[in-house]
Design a protein around this ligand. Structure first.
Ligand code: ACO
Length: 329
């Protein structure tokens, strides 16, 4: 039994917010944003468009690419920190939009590491039971809905978007597209990247809304340091487990948080910068969607061929991290 990536898809809203646009909203500059983050622009969804709608458009493209119909899907996993509602799950809302009536559904929350956590989960569902042959995995975020547009230290970083992959069981002894993986977390650092209000710990009140507690908070420098260390050690573990050398890696696809983080990770892994796939300049940080946006662009741009090793690595709130070595099918 093998597992292949049968199709990919992505969707970003049409509206683009440039650094010049942000200069009109907060005290910042295109120069500051580009130097510190590499971001030039990001896509922002209209107020009335929920995460499930972004996910829906990405899913349609992935299903078409995989030549799979919605009713063939056995499981939908949506990784997101910006679900439509606390419940029902965004995966259930998406199931209804797609008409994927045979799919079990759940959301998975591992912040920016969510897509890697979800791919690993999907792999074990497929391996563990013949009931799960085709799994739709999404990273989907409307980060603009939890962004504090008065906080220049965070509002310049994030964007909206969704990405989808169809994972499919294959017959025979084919190798699994997922060669090795590593997931980790350290809940002791939960407060350096979090959304304080809106859950059971701090239900929304007029007072905490006044204090802007419904928006994402981040200790940027602390996150930066921990992010680089965690992604490097997790990537090394995966390469070691797979017995694959860094020179054999065709592409490094890190979570697109920030150009400097990506560069630092590549440099510490001794992987040449030309092998690092980056689109953070066009989309900003889209959390769980970011690695999927890269994979879809790489797939559709024919940048990956059968047999190529693609190393994914991510880091996010939780704290969580994860790395995964794919052998492209
Ligand atoms: N425009 C202009 N000046 C700014 C801005 C801005 N948008 N934001 C902050 N500044 C100012 C600060 O006020 C500070 O000014 P001061 O020296 O007068 O106090 C100065 O710039 C430096 O601020 P720092 O926070 O020290 O800037 P730093 O170099 O650390 O860059 C950044 C900030 C880009 C957020 C960086 O820390 C970073 O990239 N951290 C990682 C964050 C990240 O990627 N998180 C995502 C991972 S997890 C996830 O994706 C959810």
């Amino acid at each position: 039994m093998g597992i292949k990536i049968a199709g990919t898809g992505m969707y970003v809203p049409e509206k683009i917010l440039t650094n010049a646009d942000l200069e009109k909203i907060v005290d910042t500059s295109d120069e500051w944003i580009q130097t510190r983050t590499g971001i030039k622009e990001r896509h922002i969804a209209d107020d009335n468009i929920p995460t499930s709608e972004l996910a829906y458009h990405a899913a349609l493209k992935a299903l078409e690419d995989a030549d799979v119909s919605a009713d063939e899907i056995d499981l939908i996993i949506v990784a997101s920190i910006t679900t439509d509602k606390a419940f029902p799950s965004t995966s259930c809302i998406l199931q209804s939009k797609l008409g994927a009536s045979n799919a079990a559904c759940f959301d998975l929350q591992a912040a920016c590491s969510g897509l890697i956590y979800s791919l690993e989960t999907a792999m074990y569902y497929i391996r563990g039971s013949k009931r799960y042959n085709k799994v739709l995995v999404l990273g989907a975020e409307k980060l603009s809905s939890i962004t504090d547009w008065e906080d220049r230290s965070t509002c310049v970083l994030f964007g909206d978007g969704a990405a989808a992959l169809v994972l499919e069981r294959t017959d025979g002894d084919e190798e699994c597209a997922i060669i090795a993986s590593d997931l980790g977390a350290d809940g002791n650092y939960g407060d350096i990247l979090h959304l304080p209000a809106g859950g059971s710990a701090m239900p929304l009140t007029a007072e905490n809304i006044g204090d802007r507690m419904q928006y994402l908070k981040m200790g940027g420098q602390e996150v930066f340091k921990l992010a680089v260390g965690a992604m490097v050690s997790s990537s090394n573990k995966v390469l070691e487990e797979a017995g694959v050398s860094r020179d054999e890696v065709k592409w490094l696809v890190p979570h697109q948080a920030n150009y400097r983080i990506l560069k630092a990770v590549a440099s510490r892994l001794k992987i040449a910068e030309e092998k690092v796939y980056m689109n953070v300049d066009r989309y900003g940080n889209t959390s769980a969607a970011s690695i999927g946006l890269c994979l879809d662009e790489m797939n559709r741009g024919n940048l990956v061929k059968s047999g190529d090793y693609v190393l994914l690595t991510a880091f996010g709130g939780g704290l969580t991290w994860g790395s995964m070595l794919l052998k492209w099918n």
